[in-house]
Design a protein around this ligand. Structure first.
Ligand code: DGP
Length: 113
């Protein structure tokens, strides 16, 4: 996978409002927030999209989910938040570095658009 905007954020070549980081992932505020809380959590490993993840990524994917819940709690939205993964351009994916959207702080209707 060639470098994306998110690789450049990981490498600190581009600025971002980072809310969490560890050896395996980075979380930062979305530049076009769709809710009062809109954070992206990404693996540092450059996986282009969820469908490209392999069995060896199972622990990493679980780590992203668990950290997403912790971040939502830390941001004050632990009781009601939503995780979204857009997989492929047909599903709205624009940046081809796997990311989970963490959304909260407004009513989140169902089904999503
Ligand atoms: P998706 O459509 O699922 O690929 O979501 C990509 C998200 O990434 C979108 O909500 C906007 C956000 N985004 C794109 N470029 C940047 C950037 O340079 N910085 C930040 N913080 N977010 C970005």
């Amino acid at each position: 996978m060639s470098g994306t905007i998110f690789s450049r954020i990981i490498d600190r070549e581009l600025p971002a409002d980072i809310v969490y980081e560890d050896d395996d992932c980075l979380a930062f505020k979305d530049i076009h927030p769709q809710a009062p809380m809109h954070i992206l959590i990404i693996p540092k490993k450059p996986i282009a999209k969820l469908a490209d993840a392999a069995v060896e990524d199972q622990q990493l994917l679980g780590h992203l989910m668990l950290k997403a819940a912790e971040i939502a709690e830390q941001q004050g939205y632990g009781k009601a938040f939503r995780l979204v993964v857009n997989n492929g351009s047909g599903a709205g994916q624009a940046v081809f570095h796997l990311h989970l959207h963490i959304l909260g702080g407004r009513p989140l209707s169902w089904p999503p658009g």
